[in-house]
Design a binder for this molecule. Structure first.
Ligand code: FE2
Length: 300
């Protein structure tokens, strides 16, 4: 076994602390594992309200607009531009298997989406209110942020039957700062189980190197550079099964993945990524925002 890895039987999981005041025990577990689960961080009612709002936004989306973009699994420059310009917008990304051979959606629109991103937290009042609470601000402070800023939000649909697998990766590959400061805040809006494609983490593996970096090229395309091609010790991965309302906090270096959803039920989740404004944010990161939409932290 790699020397940095500690054997765990389950991922560290706690009842959410009052007011987001992460205890020393929680912070120690986060430090060792690179990930912690906080049960009941958000009420079931607030999760339901965010799901309702997401579905309202989906109603305004016309899949025909992006049909050509996603009619092939080959990445094209058009794919990249729809994605690469979405850092300060609300855009919709379909599952690879959304369309059948005849070009017709296999399932209803809301069951065909992979995700929505990447600035709901700044552009939509309901998402803004969910993303900026005293509890999250306090948690970020206790995690060591000097000046946190929410750089992106993603609504993950993981629809039944066609929800795609996500291969093992580190989020700092895409949200890179110097020094690295990316932290993920992932909220289960529905129960996430092994059957419907929950996340998995390799505890302790956030101490391994950053293995890849993603760059925005001058011509508007994206490149992922492999720095270290050592395979992940995926046999040490543990499932992050999570009830509705659970918050999973994970280090930007923490390798994680999720299985496909072949079940009958969706697995909606909402993710925020925070960076520290005291760190340098490179112009080569794919996600760039208009100066008209300045970064904000967890304060309303
Ligand atoms: Fe990720």
């Amino acid at each position: 076994m790699n020397s940095v890895l500690v054997e765990f039987e389950v991922l560290p999981s706690f009842r959410a602390p009052q007011g987001g005041c992460l205890t020393q025990e929680m912070l120690d577990a986060y430090d060792v594992a690179g990930v912690i689960l906080l049960q009941d961080f958000v009420s079931v009612e607030r999760c339901a309200a965010l799901r309702t709002r997401a579905l309202e936004l989906v109603e305004q989306f016309d899949p025909a607009e992006v049909k050509s973009v996603f009619s092939t699994t080959e990445q094209t420059q058009l794919d990249d531009s729809y994605f690469i310009d979405s850092g300060d917008k609300i855009r919709f990304f379909l599952e690879n298997d959304a369309f059948d051979e005849a070009g017709v959606l296999r399932q209803p629109k809301h069951m065909s989406l992979n995700k929505m991103g990447h600035a709901m937290h700044d552009l939509d009042p309901v998402f803004d209110a969910f993303s900026r609470t005293a509890e999250l601000g306090e948690a970020a402070k206790r995690l060591g942020f000097g000046d946190p800023a929410i750089i992106q939000s993603m609504y993950i649909f993981k629809p039944p039957h066609i929800g795609g697998e996500v291969v093992c990766h580190q989020d700092s590959t895409y949200i890179y700062t110097e020094p690295e400061s990316c932290v993920g805040f992932w909220f289960a809006l529905e129960d996430a189980t092994i059957e419907n494609g929950c996340m998995y983490f390799i505890p302790g593996a956030h101490r391994l190197p950053l293995k890849q970096r993603n760059y925005r090229n001058a011509d508007g395309t994206l490149t992922t550079e492999t720095i270290d091609d050592t395979p992940w010790p995926e046999h040490l991965r543990l499932p992050a099964e999570a009830h509705t309302g659970t918050l999973v906090i994970f280090n930007g270096r923490a390798p994680h993945m999720s299985g496909p959803n072949r079940s009958e039920v969706s697995r909606h989740a909402y993710t925020l990524h925070a960076i520290d404004r005291q760190a340098r944010y490179p112009a080569e990161n794919w996600l760039q925002r208009s100066p008209e939409l300045p970064l904000r932290g967890f304060q309303q």
